[in-house]
Write a protein that binds this ligand. Structure first.
Ligand code: HEM
Length: 312
């Protein structure tokens, strides 16, 4: 075979290996994103079913035992809380796989980013323990939730790094600042939501303390922040409609407005029906989906790892 042909075969083989690796990396980063998001919802189910102290101690579930024991008085709650503790290992496994993928790819800065979900998960295991040992203090419950939300944001950025899609180049500083403010307002909605939860009835156990805030007032402030967020979203949708260069944001903006309307409906319905736990569970799921959607918009328009890290 002539040398030029041989070189071409080697090049093709390398390309195939690279694209197979990228496909695997996409899958691993997606699994990590699902795991980091899923544990927020399962954690909420623990709280909403009153199982927060189903394992009253940590790291043991019952005194002297890592797993639930028949003599425990916590009934089915011990299995729910213990099940969620086991899910931590799934998240841990996914975040280790993510870091290994980054190390194999030899993309230097990506190692640092991909180490964050693993470090965060270890921190969450400790924070989860502190939450139990402080009798479900609403501050620790709130930070437990918010740290996971940050890990979901980082995991979304890493997932997007491995995709083929290209980020947008927005030159207008007004639009860039608008989208940054819009993203911040989404984060504030979530923080206010966690404060509402901390003052509401779903503490995770009857003995848990609550924030000394009137639930009605904070729920209303939370709902008002949602109105601001949706107003900013409508503004962005209208702007994108009149600006062809931003057209590729349309699909993400449309899915976000639909999610927000469903979420708003769940929010008001749960409020007027005395917060049934199943609806609150869907509200938590909705907030995670909205957050991922928001981060996808942020990644496409403001900050993409593809711009700050050289791709393989
Ligand atoms: C974009 C829309 C919305 C988002 C992203 C959102 C997000 C959240 C989040 C993250 C929580 C905390 C969950 C937890 O700590 O486990 C929460 C709680 C809550 N939200 Fe919303 N929310 C939205 C709309 C609304 C609306 C329109 C209302 C209407 C009043 C509402 C009422 C509540 C209530 C009452 C709670 C406390 C539930 C509990 O006791 O656990 N939300 N929300």
């Amino acid at each position: 075979m002539p040398i030029a042909c041989k070189l071409e075969v080697v090049r093709l083989e390398n390309d195939m290996k690279k694209s197979l690796f990228v496909k695997r990396a996409q899958l691993v980063s997606l699994i990590n994103l699902i795991a980091q998001s899923g544990i927020i919802v399962t954690g909420a189910v623990v709280r909403l079913t009153g199982s927060g102290l189903g394992c009253p101690t940590w790291p043991n579930c019952a005194p002297g035992s890592l797993v639930p024991v028949a003599s425990q008085v916590e009934g089915f709650h011990k299995y729910i809380e213990f099940g969620n503790r086991l899910l931590t290992f799934v998240v841990l496994f996914a975040s280790v796989a993510l870091l290994i993928t980054a190390v194999i790819s030899k993309v230097k800065k990506l190692n640092i980013w991909s180490a964050l979900p693993l470090l965060g998960t270890l921190l969450q295991a400790i924070l989860g323990g502190i939450t139990v040992l402080t009798g479900l203090n609403p501050f620790t419950v709130m930070f437990h939730f918010l740290l996971s939300i940050i890990l979901v944001a980082i995991s979304t950025l890493i997932y997007r790094f491995w995709s083929k899609d290209k980020p947008l180049k927005i030159n207008s500083s007004i639009i860039r600042n608008y989208i940054k403010f819009f993203t911040l307002s989404g984060f504030i909605v979530i923080i206010l939501g966690t404060i509402t939860t901390g003052s509401g009835p779903h503490s995770g156990d009857e003995i848990a303390t609550r924030f000394n805030i009137d639930t009605r007032t904070i729920a209303w402030i939370h709902a008002d922040s949602v109105l601001l967020f949706i107003g900013l979203l409508i503004g962005l949708i209208l702007f994108v409609k009149t600006n062809k260069e931003l057209n590729s944001l349309t699909r993400l903006l449309n899915s976000l407005i639909i999610l927000c309307l469903i979420q708003g409906l769940i929010g008001y319905t749960q409020w007027f029906t005395n917060l049934p736990w199943i609806l609150v569970g869907f509200h938590v799921l909705g907030s995670v989906l909205i957050w991922i959607n928001l981060m996808l918009i942020f990644e496409k328009s403001i900050y993409s790892l593809k711009n700050s890290i050289k791709q393989i």
